[in-house]
Write a protein that binds this ligand. Sequence first.
Ligand code: ATP
Length: 307
Amino acid sequence: MSEYILKTKELSKKYKNDFALKKINVTIRKGEIYGFIGQNGAGKSTLLRLVTGLAFPSDGTIELFGNDSPNQLTEAQKRMGAVIENPALFPNMSAYENLEVHRLQKGIPGKDCIKNTLELVGLRDTGKKKVKNFSLGMKQRLGLAISLLSDPEFLILDEPTNGLDPMGIVELRELIKKLNQEKGLTVLISSHILSELHQLATCYGIIHKGRLLEELSAKELDEKCRQHLRIKVDNPPMGATVLENNLSTTNFEVMADGTIKLYNYLDDVREVSRTLTNNGLIIEHLSQTGDSLENYFSKLVGGVDHE
Ligand code: ATP
């Protein structure tokens, strides 16, 4: 079996004359939590709707669990759970009763799945409490429970943190982690706030105006946003030698333009400056830098215009 859960190739969606998605190539491997990040209107929901079969592509292909023919795709979609629009909740029913309605609709045999799913999402003790009296966080959990009833392998969540308070966001994050780690679920989760998915996503796709600007692992993102000293000296190779010999560090990189990124000595800039100067180097630039996640995102989407 393919290790890929989802692969889209040159996937496009056009509404009248406008592309909501243009030639998108997304790759999601088994076991990943894929954070799909983009501003409002970037095209996130459109991609999720295409993958779940709620809308159809104008061009390009979707491969799900290794299947890409229309019939196979419909079968493969049954192995997914999704919360895309507000799930249909019955306000005058309890969580259990809501799940029972959805179980019957989906034709899932046996009632055990209801208790197990309520337990999984932390709604086991809600008893007869009606959904209209649930907090937003509880409603989100119930929506998630509905999508988990059929024991999917791939979970798709469209902006599930919308409207949640910080505590609710933390709780949802922990729940998604648990589903990923304990049940081995692969997750695709969209958000317009990169930092909200930080420490949750294992990789990211950044979309802007219908184009996928970047796909990168969490490790690569952390590297890009890592705090460092940015050093420019008149003789970069010598600068590197001085750092190694006189400051006993190899925790730096020399970039193609000769800039040195030094990842330690952040609290001792003077020592770095003194050592470089004492070894005959001229310092052209020395500053502490490193993007915050949101800065990185803004720079990325601010720096392009694909219209
Ligand atoms: P948001 O966070 O605001 O939901 P999004 O990233 O999910 O944004 P989409 O909902 O995918 O963005 O919308 C992408 C673009 O496609 C937008 O310009 C939107 O107006 C347009 N669009 C989406 N659905 C339709 C539709 N059914 N008919 C016409 N245009 C549409």
